[in-house]
Design a protein around this ligand. Structure first.
Ligand code: SF4
Length: 644
């Protein structure tokens, strides 16, 4: 039996092997609680403030006691970090021989079959000269790579459309019928995941493949003794997405593209088939054109009045039905055509269910519109029961951890949303000295956020603070429109010559590298910079938040959930909207103090923090910073900081 006290002590195994390790009582307590949950197959929801060292706190008991463990995290970057840095580090400190596997979604691995097909017929795939060149790069890489992970090939941009021609989807993978099955990178990654002691996945993959649907991974969860979700505050959103049904015009166009290639190669003389594919292609594009806006979510209630959309959707249904019939008549000629038949009929089924309002009455129907694509969604009004059912399938330990899960140490919102009523909960505050290290500033005299000119006044209030901090700030906005306006106003501001960086002017990692290197820049961002960003030291000394981050009540899923709760006699604002805003705000505020030596100011501009009764609940949920409403005190804070 092992002794966690000794492992986490100042002369223990971690201290000996991990550079910079120091004893933190919160970390040891968290590790003990997790060890206990693992041993008793319990559900534990654990909040650990910044600096607790939660990754090591869960890795030690997981590696020593967890049996077969799945660790799921929020992003691919964090996944890579766990797989290549954190787990090997803890494993070698503990000197135990556990095996680790990294598993990503199939879109991350090159597919030999589709790559070969695309190379054979670049005309049918409408590949450009650049794309053809990229396809050849990918083919060379596929020959030499052991994993086929596309992140290893830097010569082809990650967002290039060519990847769709060289990777597979759940629908178009031929599985055991595939001529390349034995060399398949996806199958190899899964094989390794099935035999490894610790498998690192991300939340999308967990819900899309491990928990729900993909047959190739159906053995993974049942064989597992412990599941750990890091960044667990993201789960309600991710789970909602995957417990629902959706279909995008992108998926339909992928089908059209593959069907075109398969028809040319396997049934070239059947002109009716090629014509039907072309007609479906047009009707998919016509459907997208019926919505003029981009980046918008629309509920079915609104769409019902859009006759162009309704007609285009019915037309697509007709044309897809005809294509399914033709594919049925040709499917036996090749595996590729049979695969297209199956996909076309699955897609048809999903669209028919979405269109038929007598089906899925406990789901919200809505669409999301992107620049070139459109996605139909049916999202469950609540995920609690579905998730609970999946969890109860067999006994194992479930650990949910993040820096932001509770509202003033109350987990009822999170537990209710995820169906974790019987879970044990625990909370460890950050070991940082917030009263010394940070100042919360709420300026006086700002108007209510719904007032016109609100953003202009926020910038006026922020300018002296930005001058006092000499840039070195994140300006976090709750909407893209506000973000643009802040950028415009700062560009025009007098006596303000700090470099400005704007979300969207480069990748997130590029902007963060620039921000660190410039050392006195102001980065203006929206959702992308609210979480998962770690800038330590003086380069980030001020975080400004324009408004309390309440989700927009126009969001179709949110408004349907609010309506449901209010109809049940509950108070949707207090039970749902407010806790979500608090968790979001804690994420944004958490960017400021990242280690024991960081010092800085959090400026929250929204007057509701002090004027509304619920405001107290919000600021009391934040770390215990010193609070002020006086600009002079903020200026003094920065002046003292400079003097040190
Ligand atoms: S098995 Fe699927 S993913 Fe693997 S090469 Fe074949 S089609 Fe591609």
């Amino acid at each position: 039996m092992f002794d966690l006290h000794s492992i986490f002590s100042s002369n223990g195994m971690l201290s000996e092997h991990i550079p910079g390790f120091h004893v933190r009582s919160q970390q040891l307590e968290m590790a003990q609680a997790i060890a206990d949950a693992i041993e008793r197959h319990r559900v534990l929801v654990a909040e650990a403030g910044t600096g607790t060292g939660k990754t090591v706190a869960y890795l030690v008991p997981a590696l020593l006691l967890g049996g077969k463990v799945i660790i799921s995290t929020g992003t691919k970057t964090l996944q890579d970090q766990l797989f290549s840095r954190d787990i090997p580090m803890v494993r070698s400190a503990l000197q135990i021989p556990v095996t680790i596997a990294l598993l990503k979604g199939r879109a991350n691995y090159i597919c030999h079959y589709h790559l070969e097909k695309s190379l054979q017929d670049t005309q049918a795939t409408f590949a450009s000269r650049d794309e053809i060149q990229y396809l050849h790069h990918i083919a060379r890489y596929a020959k030499n790579s052991k994993t086929g992970d596309k992140s290893g090939l830097r010569d082809v941009p990650e967002n290039s459309g060519v990847w769709q021609m060289a990777t597979s989807t759940r629908e178009n993978c031929l599985g055991s019928e595939c001529p390349h099955f034995k060399q398949c990178f996806v199958m190899e990654a899964r094989k390794q995941a099935l035999t490894a002691d610790v498998v690192v996945v991300n939340h999308h993959l967990f819900f899309a493949d491990v928990m729900l649907r993909d047959e190739g991974l159906s053995e993974l969860l049942p064989a597992c003794n412990t599941v750990i979700f890091d960044e667990a505050h993201q789960l309600p959103e991710t789970a909602s997405l995957f417990f629902g049904e959706s279909i995008s015009t992108g998926q339909l166009l992928d089908l059209v593209r593959d069907a075109k290639i398969e028809a040319i190669q396997g049934a070239a003389e059947v002109t009716a088939l090629t014509n039907a594919i072309a007609v479906v292609d047009k009707s998919i594009r016509d459907l997208r054109l019926t919505i003029k806006e981009d980046n918008i979510r629309l509920s079915l209630a609104i769409l019902k009045h859009n006759t162009d959309f309704c007609r285009a959707l019915d037309n697509l249904l007709d044309k897809l039905t005809a294509l399914v019939k033709l594919l049925e008549s040709q499917a036996e000629r090749s595996e590729g055509l049979e695969n297209c038949r199956q996909r076309a009929s699955n897609h048809l089924y999903v669209i028919q269910r979405w269109r038929d309002e007598t089906k899925m009455r406990d789901h919200v129907r809505w669409i999301e519109v992107y620049h070139q694509a459109l996605q139909l969604h049916a999202t469950p009004l609540t995920i609690a029961e579905i998730f609970q059912k999946q969890m109860n399938a067999s006994p194992r330990a479930w650990i949910f951890t993040s820096a932001t899960l509770s509202v003033k140490k109350d987990f009822s919102h999170y537990n209710h949303e995820m169906g974790l009523a019987a879970a044990q909960t625990a909370c460890w505050d950050s070991p940082f000295n917030f009263a010394e290290q940070a100042l919360l500033y709420v300026p006086m005299n700002l108007p209510e956020p719904h007032q016109q000119q609100y953003t202009d006044q926020v910038v006026q209030a922020a300018l002296p603070v930005l001058r006092a901090s000499r840039g070195r700030a994140f300006f976090l906005c709750t909407s893209l429109r506000a973000m643009q306006r802040v950028h415009e106003l700062l560009l025009q501001a007098d006596e303000f010559d700090f470099p400005l960086l704007l979300q969207g002017q480069g990748s997130r990692s590029f902007l963060l590298d620039r921000f660190r290197a410039l050392n006195h820049a102001v980065l203006i961002g929206s959702q992308s910079f609210w979480e998962g960003v770690d800038v330590r030291g003086d380069a980030l000394s001020l975080v400004i938040i324009d408004k309390l981050p309440f989700a927009s009540p126009d969001d179709p899923v949110l408004s349907a959930r609010i309506e449901k709760m209010n109809n049940e006699g509950r108070n949707a604002f207090m039970e749902y909207q407010l806790p979500r805003a608090v968790i979001n705000l804690k994420q944004g505020a958490g960017r400021l103090i990242r280690d024991e030596t960081d010092r800085g100011v959090l400026m929250i501009c929204d007057p509701r923090l002090t004027t509304k009764a619920y405001g107290k609940q919000i600021w009391q949920s934040l770390p215990p910073m010193k609070r002020t409403r006086e600009l002079a005190e903020v200026e003094q804070f920065f002046a003292q900081r400079e003097a040190k």
